[in-house]
Design a protein around this ligand. Sequence first.
Ligand SMILES: Nc1ncnc2c1ncn2[C@@H]1O[C@H](COP(=O)(O)OP(=O)(O)OP(=O)(O)O)[C@@H](O)[C@H]1O
Length: 379
Amino acid sequence: MTALPVRDAVSNYEKISRIGEGTYGVVYKARDRTTGEVVALKQVRMERERDGIPVTSMREIRVLQQCRHPNIVHLKKVVTGSKPDSIFLVFEYCTHDLGQLVDAMPRPFSPSEVKCLMLQLLEAVNFLHSHWIMSRDLKLPNLLLTNSGQLKICDFGLARYFHTSDESYTPKVVTLWYRAPEIFLGQDAYTEAIDMWAVGCIFGELLRNEPLFPGRSEAEMLERMVRLLGSPHENIWPGFTQLPEAGSLKFPSQPYNFVAREFPNASVGAISLLKKLLMYDPGQRLSARAALRHGYFQEQPPPKQPADFPTFPSAHDTGLRQRHQRRAEMEQQEDMHRHRQPAKRSRAQQEAEERFGEAFGTQGGQNRGHAGQKRSRNL
Ligand SMILES: Nc1ncnc2c1ncn2[C@@H]1O[C@H](COP(=O)(O)OP(=O)(O)OP(=O)(O)O)[C@@H](O)[C@H]1O
């Protein structure tokens, strides 16, 4: 096992606010007491672990240690809490996640902004895939945005290395709305093309400021896909009828691809790229490398430079944590679905947080962000 780069203690950080909570732990905005640098601290949930650090966190640390890329969040170090079993990951701090931003924005990003975001996302995914890493959890809330317009993928709890095309992997990966059709159809030897489907969903969501396939169940997901893309069949997806779930899943009959009709304001290049990312057949789906060479990036308008990106008030600081109702519901369902800790806090989690407050000292313990206050009322 790789030795963890555990250094320092969390008491070296002063908590500023609570900025997010995922399945694996709470994320805080904090300040390094020595350097003054603002960072994001992700607490590793340990309450259900008998054997030390959860495998998801070990994976996340291992992958992030190997990924130094401007569009992948930088893991600075791992620090210990006041108890030997409490661990925090220290990340560079990013002002937004795109999930919150898109949920709060009244209108979509401009075409040159979408192009800028897509370029950065594809650069990061191309980097991961060329290092044999699948994210398996690409979605808007896992894309961070800095105040200087830099997009950074975060959350590598589900990431894994892949080597050959016939390896089998766990079937329940990728959040429902971004999950590729081959996963629904039970293909356990899936490939990195599942990430490219998620990139297609993200592209559609950026273009129209709304989730592309906000289904509440697998059946609704398939129905929504068919409504937009037409029914899959052997001509466009050879071998599809042989997939484990193909016999048990009912696809509505719908012969047309309506992408161009559903995105009336998108350019010819954008429609073409979107269709190629949302190919049913994972073998025909565009790779990240090919997507970066797609004509969409050459047509007018050119991508905005990240430095020219507009700045937005941070949901972390303003308390503006307006979560898309359906996204919040879906995230809760996903927590249950993946058999992980649901968003509700357990006693052990409360105790862990109290320990965290202690480790921070009184100031950290008192300084709860908006979300933190809401949660304490719910206790
Ligand atoms: N470096 C960071 N800077 C700013 N905010 C961050 C940072 N890392 C995470 N966040 C915020 O915390 C949220 C949860 O983080 P993350 O996705 O890493 O946690 P998780 O427990 O793995 O979540 P999931 O439930 O998606 O598996 C993000 O959506 C984002 O809003």
